[in-house]
Ligand binder design. Structure first.
Ligand SMILES: [Zn+2]
Length: 317
């Protein structure tokens, strides 16, 4: 029997402060998020050197050069949904800290190249399951208008914040022209659900352990996909760039290797994802860990075990 070649997809949620302002302290913004653009430049360099594609799901707001919280507050749809986020951001000048809020022009030029795919991570980092249908439609439109204005191709892939989807959101994304959506594995560990305090804590602990032990694989369930034209790409594993302990980082590397093995044995696509701001704690150590992983993928690729695919290249077959 001919050997099955596994599709390997790598995606980044490129969001800068707009994606974390509601969950982190200003000190985290300066310690990690402010170095995300530097990390992105080095990640791009590695991918170009090794010829590996990647999908970059960008928050639309990072493409705005001169947006300020005041400008955003002028828009009622953002104001209503984000009132609790603005106090943190209001303390920080967007114009003085561009690295926290805006993508560099040279990065954008690189990402628009053929090897990479620019996907949507929504315009405003809107949580679709908390949003009204009209707000989500406005968000899609705002992203679409923005890329048109920037002379970029309309994205066909989308990653919703926290990988949140339901049938209505999938249908809306499909109507808006998207052909691929990244989703969480369909099991109790990653499914979006409202849990009580103790269950939430337990799930947090198990997700942490899943970075080192194959818990997700032990409870893996085939994603139930209704007959849709849109492809749901299951994110198998989240890449943790550097945790400050070489032993744990190596355990995590082995964990990713095992996740890929699982996909090879079961004949599934493999999709790994992360955030550039997670590289920000120690950019050099994180890049070294990431390079080790990419070089492992290259070995598998040289043996014709895997094929690299961007999300737009995955079909709904
Ligand atoms: Zn996000």
């Amino acid at each position: 029997m001919p050997k099955k070649i596994i599709n390997v997809t790598i995606s980044f949620d490129y969001e800068l402060a707009w994606g974390v302002w509601d969950t982190v302290s200003p000190s985290y913004l300066f310690s990690h998020v402010s170095k995300a653009n530097d990390a992105v430049k080095r990640i791009i360099g590695l991918h170009l050197q090794l010829g590996i594609p990647a999908t970059w799901a960008m928050v639309g707001l990072i493409l705005q050069d001169d947006v300020s919280p005041e400008d955003l507050l002028a828009d009622s749809f953002l104001r209503e949904k984000n009132t609790k986020k603005f106090p943190v951001i209001n303390e920080i000048s967007v114009r003085q800290h561009r690295n926290l809020f805006c993508v560099d022009r040279e990065i954008l030029t690189e990402l628009a190249g053929a090897q990479f795919e620019i996907a949507s991570h929504t315009f405003s980092h809107i949580y679709p399951l908390d949003a009204e249908k009209e707000d989500l439609e406005r968000d899609f439109k705002a992203f679409s208008d923005l890329v048109k204005q920037k002379g970029l191709a309309q994205p066909v892939s989308i990653v919703f914040p926290k990988n949140q989807v339901n049938d209505l959101v999938i249908e809306m994304a499909q109507s808006a022209g998207f052909t691929c959506i990244r989703v969480n594995p369909d099991n109790f560990l990653y499914r979006t659900q409202n849990h009580g305090k103790y269950k939430r804590f337990l799930i947090r602990v198990l997700r942490y352990l899943d970075a080192y032990l194959p818990i997700n694989e032990m409870i893996w369930k085939k994603y139930k996909q209704a007959k849709l034209a849109v492809h749901l790409s299951v994110g198998n594993i989240f890449f943790r760039p550097d945790c400050g302990c070489q032993f744990l980082d190596y355990m995590h590397f082995l964990r990713v290797v095992l996740a890929l093995k699982f996909c090879e044995v079961t004949g599934r696509n493999f999709h790994i994802w992360t955030h550039p701001h997670n590289f920000g704690g120690n950019v050099s150590a994180s890049i070294n860990n990431y390079e080790r992983l990419l070089r492992y993928f290259m070995k598998k690729h040289a043996r014709s075990n895997i094929e690299f695919k961007n999300m737009r290249d995955l079909s709904a077959a």
